[in-house]
Design a protein. Structure first.
Length: 261
């Protein structure tokens, strides 16, 4: 399927690893131009080097998205270099385990800054450019925003906020032809998840326990599956009537009857 996004300039936050890197990969395959925003310089350099070896030059911008001024600078650098911004993927985030019992108001607000503030800031600063191109926004939320998880109030509040912003922007930006959608991953096999599993005494048993709860195929979702949906949603040619939607790419984890497991 031709998504008709060739040469489209798309900002991807957290684009140097995990789901973000897979999104970059799919965008390159579609001949779009992903802009990698990440705070991990080593990961950015590795990603850029991989593509340079293939003759593909990409822009990577290193910095901490917690800072609104960095968000503004990242958008400005992108626009100055390419003269356009055709889409925004708010992917960056981290489950920082700030609970209600063992957390604090300060830690809670820190989690909101790490997982929600930059979603607003990136969209705010990119908006003038998105309006020119009818550029869609795709926000990566989490199944925890609708299921809960336990001991992670800050992250869940932020990811719930991402869903709220997704619907708000679908309404607010409709006059400009800008679509806004969200994806809610559940259990996705990323390097971060691999690290998490290996903190258990018996990683293999823990992984089997987790996958037994995923109805379709009893397996983890791959980053590529999240990326494919993300890039599809970026296509005005193929997803042009999808806005304000929450897409669960999770093998039925959230919605299928738990009796199946």
């Amino acid at each position: 399927m031709n998504l008709e996004i060739k040469d489209h300039v798309v900002i991807v936050t957290g684009g140097a690893s995990g789901i973000g890197r897979s999104i970059v990969e799919v965008l390159v395959e579609e001949e779009a131009v992903p802009i990698i925003i990440d705070k991990n310089k080593t990961a950015i350099d590795e990603t850029l080097g991989e593509y340079e070896a293939k003759g593909i030059s990409l822009l990577g911008i290193e910095g901490d998205l917690v800072s609104p001024s960095f968000c503004e600078r990242a958008v400005k650098e992108t626009a100055e270099q390419y003269g356009r911004i055709d889409g925004l993927v708010n992917n960056a985030g981290i489950n920082d385990k700030i609970g209600i019992e063992d957390g604090s108001p300060e830690a809670f607000m820190g989690s909101i800054e790490r997982n929600l503030l930059h979603v607003y800031c990136m969209a705010h600063y990119a908006l003038p450019h998105l309006k020119e191109r009818r550029g869609p926004i795709v926000n990566i939320s989490s199944k925890t925003a609708v299921t809960g998880q336990g001991s992670t109030s800050g992250y869940i509040a932020a990811k719930g906020g991402v869903l709220g912003l997704t619907r708000e922007w679908a309404v607010d930006l409709e006059p400009y032809g800008i679509r806004s959608n969200a994806i809610l991953p559940a259990e996705v096999w990323t390097p971060m998840y691999d690290y998490f599993i290996n903190t258990f005494d018996d990683p293999e048993a823990q992984l089997k326990k987790m996958t037994s709860k995923i109805p379709f195929g009893r397996r983890m979702t791959t980053p590529r599956e999240i990326a494919d949906m993300t890039v599809f949603l970026l296509s005005n040619a193929r997803a042009g009537h999808l806005t304000g939607q929450f897409m669960h790419v999770d093998g039925g984890y959230v919605h299928l009857d738990r009796m199946m497991t």
